[in-house]
Design a protein around this ligand. Structure first.
Ligand SMILES: NC(=O)c1ccc[n+]([C@@H]2O[C@H](COP(=O)([O-])OP(=O)(O)OC[C@H]3O[C@@H](n4cnc5c(N)ncnc54)[C@H](O)[C@@H]3O)[C@@H](O)[C@H]2O)c1
Length: 450
């Protein structure tokens, strides 16, 4: 098929490169001059495993092209996927200005039937607005449809997720639109959920919000675990074996980040409130998540005492492993809080260092690896669960630190193994180990008195 993709970001570029690899003719559009230049040179301007290779292959075979001009894509494509960003406005609602601009530009360029597909995450009824706008603006006699095809890929494994999704959601109003999308996606051999546009739009917000609720729920459970001396990892493992619950997204930690969860929960809250529905569950989830970040700093203070003059090594800055994406990353809140408390901060992330240098700026030492970040530190804080951090030589790390203290903000480590390596360990909701650390402190103090 002939496909246009508007917005060559994390979703659009993966979508375009995968469709091209499956044999479709794809025209990518982005209004970011530098991004287009990089792509034309075969470079992907962000880190996503396997994507650069896929983009290069698509270009080499002439199936993937890139332009800055929307009319070029509209001319040569029957399906136009809108994949632009939908960030949050200060009041919590989704900023749809990019979707609106793109919709109007498409309308002005349309000379024959086109199916415009919203892949960006948008509030319910955005599709209806797009359809009205297109029909008002297109020249007389030209037919068009709007469909919804929300995306569920995860950064870091985006290609795998795109090509092998749990389900593909198609929201369409006309038989023609439905048929085009069903034909496009049938070769994926994934369950197809074919519905109306509003249900498809809502399904995306409801899914993301539910995943966010799960994370906040386990973080709330973790608080209780911490107080009563239970281990949230064991609790989550046991809960997760129940097929009605499932283990995914039950990892306690410093909370969710990234470009989607906070904005989608906020947008869904706005929609629910606007329709006078109960959004208290969503608000509670967002509140719990927000408080995990100051909590992480407070927890470190409990371990070290006042942070002024202390050195803290931070491992991991990206909002999740296998990406360099820093959008709404907990580290962007936690590192400035450590600095404000008077700590010296040494940071390392396997992929996000260039972007972090721009955002975290002065007063932070950017290190070449995890050991360098730990050197001379009074504590190490793990904020992103990169695999390479799991494989660190903990004994070596402890020997480099001024005090062997680890705050594991993602519960990545085995507390017993940490203790054996000589570390004082605190995770999130790992009450037993924290009691041990606490009692170690008591023993130390008692020893000094003696
Ligand atoms: N990132 C994810 O993991 C993910 C997953 C599922 C859904 N989504 C949703 O997909 C949408 C896109 O997210 P993303 O992470 O790919 O965003 P992104 O910021 O990485 O990419 C958006 C792209 O659109 C381009 N753009 C903006 N306005 C434009 C215009 N007028 N004309 C042409 N190009 C324009 C930008 O330059 C950018 O390259 C969002 O609604 C997001 O919520 C994201």
């Amino acid at each position: 098929m002939k496909i246009g993709i508007i917005g060559a970001g994390h979703v659009g570029l993966v979508t375009g490169a995968c469709f091209a690899d499956l044999g479709h003719q794809v025209m990518m559009v982005d209004d970011d001059r530098r991004k287009v230049a990089a792509l034309r040179a075969g470079r992907v301007p962000f880190f996503e495993p396997g994507l650069e290779e896929l983009v290069r292959r698509g270009m080499a075979h002439g199936r993937l092209r890139v332009t800055r001009a929307i009319p070029e894509a509209v001319d040569c494509s029957t399906l136009l996927f809108v994949c632009v960003g939908t960030p949050t406005r200060p009041n919590g609602e989704a900023d749809l200005s990019a979707v609106e601009t793109v919709t109007r530009r498409i309308a002005r360029s349309m000379r024959a039937y086109r199916l415009v597909v919203e892949k960006s995450t948008v509030p319910v009824q955005t599709g209806a607005w797009m359809r009205r706008t297109l029909r008002e603006m297109v020249r007389r006699g030209v037919d068009c449809d709007v469909a919804s095809n929300p995306e569920f890929l995860r950064e870091g494994c985006a290609i795998q997720d795109f090509l092998h999704p749990d389900r593909i959601v198609i929201g369409a109003e006309s038989e023609r639109a439905r048929r085009l999308l069903v034909d496009l996606y049938t070769p994926f051999h994934a369950p197809l959920v074919v519905t109306d546009v509003s249900s498809a739009e809502l399904l995306k917000h409801a899914s993301n919000s539910f995943l966010a609720l799960k994370i906040s729920y386990i973080n709330a459970v973790a608080q209780v675990c911490e107080r009563v001396g239970a281990d949230v990892v064991k609790v989550a493992d046991g809960m997760g074996l129940d097929r009605r619950i499932g283990r995914a997204f039950l990892d306690a930690g410093v909370g969710w980040g990234g470009s989607c969860f906070s904005k989608d929960v906020a947008a869904f809250t706005r929609i629910a409130t606007a329709h006078r529905c109960d959004a208290s569950l969503l608000r509670a989830a967002a509140g719990i998540n927000r408080r995990q970040r100051p909590y992480a700093v407070a927890r470190l203070r409990r371990l070290l005492g006042p942070l002024r003059g202390r050195t803290v090594g931070v491992l991991g800055l990206a909002f999740k492993p296998d990406t360099d994406d820093l959008r709404d990353a907990p580290a962007l809140d936690i590192v400035p809080k450590l600095r404000a408390a008077g700590a010296r901060v040494r940071v390392f992330d396997p992929k996000a260092m260039p972007a972090a240098k721009k955002l975290l700026g002065r007063g932070v030492t950017f290190c070449r690896n995890a050991y360098e970040a730990a050197r001379g530190a009074d504590a190490v804080m793990l904020l992103t669960e990169w695999n390479e951090f799991k494989e660190l030589d903990v004994t070596r790390m402890a020997s480099l630190m001024r005090q062997p203290v680890v705050f594991d903000g993602r519960n990545l480590y085995d507390p017993a193994a940490m203790r054996r390596a000589g570390m004082r360990y605190a995770g999130i909701g790992r009450g037993q180990m924290q009691q041990t650390a606490h009692s170690t402190q008591h023993t130390e103090k008692a020893g000094k008195k003696r």
